[in-house]
Write a protein that binds this ligand. Sequence first.
Ligand SMILES: O=C(O)CCC(=O)C(=O)O
Ligand SMILES: [Fe+2]
Length: 334
Amino acid sequence: MTMTMRGIDATTNGDDDDVNETEEVPTVSLELYEGDFNEFVVRLGEAYTKYGFVILENHGIPQEMIERAMGRSRAFFECDEVKKKKYTLRGLGGARGYTAFGVEQAKGASKPDLKEFWHLGRDLPPGHKYEASMPPNVDEVVEVEGFSEVNKQIFNALDALGNRVLEALAVHLEQPRDYFSDKTNEGNSILRIIHYPPIPPDAAGRVRAGAHEDINLITLLLGADEGGLQILRKDGKWLDVNPPPGCVTCNIGDMLQRLSNHKLPSTTHRVVNPPVERAHLPRFSMPFFLHPNPDFVIETLESCISDENPNRYPEPISSDDYLQERLREIKLKS
Ligand SMILES: O=C(O)CCC(=O)C(=O)O
Ligand SMILES: [Fe+2]
């Protein structure tokens, strides 16, 4: 049995001693964003301070669009490996197109995750100043009609939802409500479409997604209603995250943790393997990693520095440099 970097076996749900059954990550309704923005700020601030995670309901993304995207994802991953590998691009660190099973590995883990995925980024006009950091998408996927189209719809919908969450977080961090808008409007964000296949017989010691923290500002996740996602609480126990179908799970990533001097925590999370009776079932999910514009410099906010919480990052870093460093750590770049 292989241990993760934290010394906890993550290969099944069976480590019940580590999971607190009664507690839940709070749910916040987007109706508050329209109806009582200040209350929306308070609820998000409380949930993120405690868990680094929140579940968003009434977010306005049509369930029909989500189901269509999940269906297209299933159809793509059902294609044979040779067809899928046509969409693997060299030298891009998996930033666009297909990344095969067994490539990505959580930082500090000894074996790769049990997943394959597709990455889609923001479309830029030719000659754009961010072209070097944001390559074009792979749009022609002949095997699955409408794959790119529905993925773009989900990208745009999660981008818009993420920007509403960031408005609240800006206020929570004592910044103007629109603080993030000109820093994320051309962000190097990525929609990751993941397939975790049925657990293979030779999976000993391997897990669907090893314990990790996300790199970006915030992540908006669809598909976590299929069990397996767990977050590490401050007391070291793992907590299941089980949102109702269609809800969006939204967590803080390392860039926002750094910008906020850890006022907003980037919580360690993982996807554990299902119990034996569900091991024959695949799992599909779609995290949207909301990134700042590549030239945004992450410099600790003055409002988050105090005598009790001195600046942990006196050296500012551009978000692109930070990203490249982190991609090497998770084996997507060499
Ligand atoms: O599939 C999930 O539920 C979570 C995936 C995840 O944490 C990630 O890809 O960063
Ligand atoms: Fe993650």
